[in-house]
Ligand binder design. Structure first.
Ligand SMILES: NC(=O)c1ccc[n+]([C@@H]2O[C@H](COP(=O)([O-])OP(=O)(O)OC[C@H]3O[C@@H](n4cnc5c(N)ncnc54)[C@H](O)[C@@H]3O)[C@@H](O)[C@H]2O)c1
Ligand SMILES: N[C@H](CO)Cc1c[nH]c[nH+]1
Length: 894
């Protein structure tokens, strides 16, 4: 029998009668869930939350919705064993990469004329058929002609085994013609079982009550299909634990099966003592998890959770002796947890999570380095032991781990499986190889059919340690990067232009005559098409306006006490170096974002550095901006070597006082190292590394907009990180965002980059706006976009962020290019203490003071006393000599 449950009225299913029925059905295997619409995976979530069912097929009722395979894949990923596709749609959908054992087809035999043809066509691509037939008879048994027809179709369908082994399953759905009162019964089930088919029965027609004549008894629906050739008519029954390990052999009767299903415990038929409720006297009871029927329906397997000392009357777990391997290890660890002998190492691990952490890391590392078969087995055993200690400590059983594995094996969508940057051996190796390459290139392309997907976490389900690791950025291998950057800085410092030219040839693949061009720049070298020029001019005007308004040119003057006047005024930093990235994309917009505030501030010398193009020239857009902001030179170099040239100066490039601008890890590391080198005597704006974005979205957000924003930053580089904090989003809303991410990403020219950066990025589901903003403040993103109802209200709670984009019509792209705000912003969480580039970045402030005689006389005592406290006599004396004169003069005037 195949039971069906209609999920459109879930309230009804919460009554005790149905809860009980569903639990019992779960013991017997597959259940069909009818869902209202194909896209409605949330009704399944709701059902699974309320009831324990692990093997279910999904039958989406509305036929017309089967237009593509995306929703089908989603339902299978969610955990459905099979999806039932209507015969009218099965040939028009591309189901080629869904395994046959996950697909069932429903055929309406009253309407379909060429069922046989269809079955032949579908051979090897589906694993079950549901035949719908209308009964025009009120007799208790099915009409002979119908049985013959169904039998022929069943034989045809079952002619071949499935590609992965096993037989096609046939379900029969019987409907009544209006004037006929045919009601399926145990006899119908028996009749259909005779032709290897099973009856599909709605849950409303089922009962656990053996005396109910109207409804179908669940136990009988099973026992009526069993066969036995034993003289005592019992069924041989293997009893196994949740992981399938045989505990012993017993016998079952129709009556014991009925009792087992009713009580959901291990009940068998003892050949000497009748009904046997396992553990009733010994305490070694069993919770029944499944009853499975073998391939020829004459033996059973009871899957049970065994309590007490074990199944065997000799007080061991199995009748075949003690367990070995993983089961034995798990048992030992559980015993140790309850009562460990003195000095037990395992018990030490239970009590010392740090030690356990270290051992797991150590063993994982050793397993990675193991080479021979013996070494690998040895190290894997170590790792499994320590992992299992962690599991047992936290109440996780081997069964729980296997359930996870089984769940994952049901996923159709393959995970990209990239390692987190921290563990990404491939990219470390690649970085090493890149030393000799011109430019960083994307490592791999998106495999066809691979879903481009962010990782997903739920704040309420993750540990503090996990949360901490989410707050971290893709690791910058600081030591490693520093070790590469140090010799580059030294080389340029010592050998100047010659080193710069050589390093540009090495890293950018360009051999230059001279590493610099000076203003005035050739008009033909900065010629632009009209639309580009107009766009740059418009962006320039907006950025200028906003940055000019930031410049308070007046001096600050405060009389702190009578006759004591303090003031502060600003001066531009004289010589500034602006780094414009040009590795994976050349960014003239960055030239605007750095050049304009430098110009507004009045810096006397502006030098721009940017990697050259392959032909040794600078992109005309960058040169046009350089001209507009009044740059005196453009350095044709990128990476650490460009930073070194700006910091130390070369024969052709003047040293600057401050270096600003974003860049990759080499650029950022070089800026930080140069700043720490007192011989360079420079400052930097801030660490502005790989782009980041955090989006907070609620139920009012538009999935397409959210996805487009996330991708807009993910396309910068493989190391970009984007985060979506989803505030109480329904599974459906979230799924729509995920779908948009995949669809939009798949058609991007930089799909190779986003298919690397998106899987390293993550979605965090939270339950409230407070949780969302707290996480965002802890993360301190470079960019924060608020896709929220009344988004502006959240602004006052934002504590840490580089720049905020408020509401669904404020895409980050506007700030990246042209609205007016700056796009050079702190990353890696530095938004906690750094501002983005602004006009003040290019200014320094000088303070001054002037005291009158009266002022000095009034303040003198305070200063002299403080100097005495610090025992700095010269300080005290500088005031004393004056105060003495002032007082003498005052005496004379009296
Ligand atoms: N935070 C911000 O405000 C902001 C703004 C714009 C861009 N960005 C970021 O800037 C970064 C730009 O990076 P990019 O790589 O495209 O350009 P880039 O100009 O920063 O770096 C390219 C240079 O790196 C050097 N390089 C490459 N491989 C090297 C190696 N193995 N060893 C030493 N040097 C090497 C080369 O000299 C090359 O010219 C991106 O991550 C982007 O997200 C950030
Ligand atoms: N999003 C980058 C800041 O992290 C800036 C940029 C330049 N071009 C496009 N975007």
């Amino acid at each position: 029998m195949l039971p069906t449950i209609d999920l459109s009225d879930q309230e009804k299913l919460l009554n005790a009668h149905f809860i009980d029925l569903i639990k019992s059905l779960n013991l017997l295997g597959d259940v069909i869930l009818n869902i209202p619409t194909l896209a409605d995976s949330s009704s399944i979530d709701k059902f699974l939350e309320a009831h324990s069912i692990d093997l279910y097929w999904v039958n989406p009722i509305k036929e017309q919705e089967f237009t593509d395979n995306e929703s089908i894949i989603r339902l299978l990923d969610q955990g459905a064993e099979k999806i039932i596709i209507p015969s009218s749609k099965v040939l028009s959908l591309d189901l080629s990469y869904i395994p046959a054992n996950r697909l069932a087809v429903s055929i309406n035999l009253d309407q379909s004329k060429d069922t046989e043809e269809l079955i032949k066509k579908l051979t090897g691509s589906v694993s079950a058929y549901l035949f719908n037939v209308t009964i025009n008879s009120s007799t208790k048994s099915l009409p002979e002609s119908l049985i013959r027809n169904l039998s022929d179709l069943t034989k045809l369908a079952q002619k071949n085994l499935l590609p992965s082994g096993g037989q096609i399953k046939i379900g029969i759905i019987l409907s009544n013609a209006d004037n006929c009162k045919f009601s399926p019964s145990i006899e119908t089930i028996k009749e259909l079982s005779g032709i290897s088919a099973c009856l599909v029965v709605p849950i409303e027609k089922l009962t656990l009550d053996t005396n109910d004549e109207e409804l179908i008894n669940i136990s009988k629906s099973l026992t009526c299909t069993l066969k036995t050739d034993r003289p005592d008519e019992l069924f041989t029954t293997v009893v196994a634990d949740e992981r399938g390990e045989a505990l012993g052999i017993v016998y079952s009767s129709a009556e014991s099966i009925q009792e087992a299903i009713k009580t959901r415990t291990g009940v068998y038929q003892s050949r000497k003592r009748g009904l046997w409720y396992k553990g009733a006297t010994s305490g070694a009871i069993q919770e029944l998890e499944k009853i499975q029927v073998d391939c020829d329906s004459d033996s059973l397997r009871f899957i049970v959770k065994q309590h007490g000392p074990g199944f065997c009357h000799l007080n061991v777990r199995t009748c075949f002796g003690v367990s070995k391997g993983l089961a034995a290890l798990e048992q030992t660890l559980q015993n140790r947890k309850e009562l460990a002998p003195p000095g037990s190492y395992t018990s030490k691990l239970f009590k010392n999570p740090d030690l356990l952490h270290s051992k797991i890391m150590e063993e994982a590392d050793e397993l990675c380095s193991a080479k021979t078969k013996d070494e690998i087995a040895w190290e894997a055993a170590d790792l499994i032991y320590f992992s299992l200690v962690k599991c047992v400590t936290n109440g996780v059983s081997l069964k729980d781990i296997e359930t996870q594995l089984d769940k994952r094996s049901k996923k159709i969508t393959r995970r990209p499986g990239n390692a987190k940057p921290k563990w990404d051996v491939a990219s470390t190796k690649q970085n090493e190889q890149q030393e000799s390459l011109a430019k960083p290139v994307p490592t791999s392309s998106a495999t066809e059919n691979e879903i481009i997907k962010m990782q997903k976490f739920n704040l309420s389900e993750i540990s503090d340690t996990q949360k901490k690791s989410l707050l971290q950025r893709p690791i910058i291998k600081s030591d490693d990067i520093m070790a590469r950057v140090r010799p580059i800085l030294d080389d340029v410092r010592k050998r100047g232009d010659a080193a710069l030219v050589e390093l540009t040839a090495k890293f950018d693949g360009v051999k230059l005559e001279s590493p610099v061009i000076s203003a005035p720049f050739l008009p033909e070298a900065m010629a632009l098409d009209e639309s580009t020029r107009l766009a740059i001019d418009q962006a320039y005007d907006n950025i200028y306006k906003f940055h000019d308004a930031q410049y308070d040119r007046s001096s600050l003057v405060v009389e702190t006490m009578p006759g004591v006047i303090c003031s502060r005024f600003s001066r531009p930093i004289e010589r500034v170096g602006l780094y414009v990235p040009g590795g994976t994309a050349i960014l003239p917009s960055t030239a605007l974002m750095l050049g304009i505030p430098a110009k507004v501030a009045g810096c006397k010398q502006i030098i721009i550095a940017s990697p050259p193009r392959k032909d040794g020239t600078v992109v005309p857009e960058v040169l046009y901006v350089a001209h507009k902001v009044g740059a005196s030179k453009v350095v044709l170099a990128g990476g650490a070597q460009a930073v070194a040239a700006l910091a130390y100066g070369t024969e052709s490039i003047p040293k600057v006082d401050k270096i600003c601008g974003p860049g990759n890890q080499y650029v950022t590391a070089a800026k930080m190292m140069a700043q720490n080198d007192s011989s360079a005597m420079i400052s930097i704006d801030m660490p502005a590394g790989p782009s980041e974005l955090l989006v907070i979205a609620d139920g009012t957000s538009n999935p397409a907009y959210v996805a487009s924003d996330l991708l807009s930053q993910a396309e910068h580089g493989e190391d970009s990180q984007v985060v979506l904090v989803a505030v109480s989003l329904t599974p459906d809303h979230l799924a729509r965002i995920e779908r948009e991410i995949h669809i939009q990403a798949s058609v991007l020219p930089r799909v190779n980059i986003v298919s690397q950066s998106i899987p390293k990025s993550f979605i965090l589901q939270v339950n409230s706006l407070e949780e969302a903003v707290t996480f965002s403040n802890d993360y301190a993103p470079e960019h924060l976009i608020l896709h929220l109802d009344e988004a502006e209200k959240l602004l006052e709670k934002v504590e840490n962020a580089g720049s905020v984009f408020v509401g669904s019509y404020s895409p980050e792209s506007c700030g990246d290019y042209a609205s007016g705000t700056n796009h050079t912003l702190p990353t890696y969480g530095y938004a906690r203490m750094h501002s983005g580039v602004n006009t003040l970045t290019f200014l320094k402030h000088i303070t001054s003071q002037q005291l009158t005689k009266e002022g000095l006389h009034k303040l003198g005592t305070t200063v002299m006393r403080l100097a005495e406290v610090e025992e700095l006599e010269a300080h005290r004396n500088a005031v004393h000599v004056r105060v003495k004169d002032i007082e003498a003069e005052m005496c004379q005037n009296k």
